[in-house]
Design a protein. Structure first.
Length: 93
């Protein structure tokens, strides 16, 4: 799986097995329907995805919170059970 920030309609069409013009039509409809946040550059024939969308920011923040909470749990566990620190150190190295 690959994450794109932009893609030409030639590439998109080849990727999904349809003509570039059809890929542009489908992308345009998805944007109009609110199913995709992107802009179409018709001069260059490129679909530019809006990567800083609220949903991506929310997702990133949620992942950061989970990582932070996980780190706190691990640190507490190691404080209470020091032998776990040696085990975790051996597993990560």
């Amino acid at each position: 799986s690959r994450i794109y920030t932009n893609i030409s309609f030639d590439q998109l069409g080849a990727l999904v097995g349809i003509p570039p013009a059809q890929a542009e039509q489908i992308a345009s409809k998805m944007i109009a329907d609110g199913r995709m946040t992107a802009t179409i550059d018709q001069v260059d024939g490129v679909l530019d995805f809006q990567t800083e969308s609220e949903s991506m920011t929310n997702w990133d923040n949620a992942i950061a919170r989970v990582c932070h909470k996980t780190e706190k749990i691990v640190l507490r566990a190691v404080e209470r059970h020091p032998h776990l620190g040696a085990t975790l150190g051996a597993a990560s190295g």
